[in-house]
Design a binder for this molecule. Structure first.
Ligand code: SAM
Length: 333
């Protein structure tokens, strides 16, 4: 078995948090990108889209196969479902974390104790190569501050929808920093999140990318501006970098594709670590953007000798990166 890089011991303690049951608290200052946790699931749960009674049968079988100590630890996990379902299903539904893009999930004795924030300071990610859940710091976390993840997977949704989802699925009213903004600031925040979603839909529309790649890229630029104002430092950044990479790669603009892939790789590394399969994929694309399967697809004629101007950085680099006047010469329309 491959070596599994360990999480650093003593980074957190699990203790009671007012109004939230128990939760994770930083024991000392944790720097952005630090691996806070690396954990194997106590048990895996089947595809959550399947029928509930067969899911329960499978989970029951899994629970019975645990040792007595593990069973005790399982039944000590929180259950907020009350009488809506059996205790076993209630525990699964309260504590399950997704295992990657599949609909299966996992229960963790430690990771399942991390509470939610709509503006989290940590990110959980399933590492299929390692068979472990990882949790990384998205920004510096001061000692004694709570470590939080988002239970709402990577979509920018507004206050009312977030509250509805968290109440329905996890039975709590969120009072995180974002949900506690004064009304005007909260409305502004909702508007920005709504903009991010609709601009992202437009920017990833394949027909538009193929016919008007410059328009799609300028929309991604707008997404970055909105994320910055919103103070978002989560998986949305890696996703926006990757969308920008895809657009530049489809145009066959190797130089810009490389810069965006490098940024996607750097963002992925922070939230999932260097050993995460997607991070490894992004690293490869940063080294060889031409290996992307849609590279050069949007252009009848493209020039993959484009190079980033030597030695530019800061504002000059940003100006070059987002100005795509050259693309019009190669437009497929
Ligand atoms: C996966 S558990 C998290 C750990 C849990 N607090 C414990 O004591 O084991 C999810 C449950 O924790 C509580 N919780 C998580 N985040 C919360 C938050 N931001 N505010 C209030 N309760 C929260 C809710 O009861 C939720 O259903």
């Amino acid at each position: 078995m491959a070596d599994v890089p360990a999480s650093r011991d003593g980074l957190y303690t699990i203790k009671p948090i007012t109004g939230k049951g128990r939760g994770f608290v930083a024991a000392s200052k944790i720097s952005k990108g630090t691996r806070i946790l690396l954990e194997v699931p106590l048990l895996k749960t089947p595809d959550s889209t399947g029928d509930i009674s067969s899911a329960e049968t499978i989970v029951l079988r899994e629970v019975k196969s645990l040792t007595k100590d593990q069973q005790r630890a399982f039944f000590a996990l929180q259950n907020v479902q009350g009488r809506r379902c059996t205790p076993v299903l209630g525990i699964v539904m309260t504590n399950m974390l997704p295992l990657g893009a599949s609909n299966s999930g996992g229960l963790f004795l430690e990771a399942s104790r991390i509470n939610h924030s709509c503006q989290p300071n940590a990110q959980h990610a399933w590492n299929d190569d390692l068979g472990h859940m990882t949790v990384h710091a998205l920004r510096d976390i001061d000692a004694d501050h709570e470590i939080t993840i988002s239970y709402i997977s990577g979509v920018s949704i507004g206050y009312a929808e977030r509250q509805r989802h968290l109440m329905e699925a996890f039975s709590f009213a969120c009072v995180c920093e974002l949900c506690s903004l004064p009304l005007t600031a909260r409305n502004d925040s909702d508007y920005r999140l709504d903009q991010v979603r609709s601009i992202e839909d437009a920017a990833t529309d394949l027909d538009q990318v193929l016919d008007h790649p410059a328009k799609s890229l300028s929309q991604v630029h707008q997404i970055f501006e909105l994320l910055e104002v919103q103070g978002i430092c989560d998986i949305s950044i890696a996703r926006a970098c990757f969308i920008a990479f895809q657009i530049a790669a489809m145009v066959g603009d190797k130089a810009r594709a490389k810069v965006f892939a490098e940024r996607a790789y750097a963002a992925r590394k922070v939230l999932a670590g260097d050993d995460n399969p997607t991070t490894i994929e992004f690293k490869h694309l940063a080294e060889r953007p031409v290996d992307y399967h849609l590279y050069g697809k949007s252009m009848k004629c493209y020039d993959d000798s484009w190079e980033a101007p030597r030695g530019i950085c800061g504002e000059d680099l940003e100006n070059w990166l987002w100005s795509t006047d050259e693309w019009s010469r190669y437009s497929s329309s």
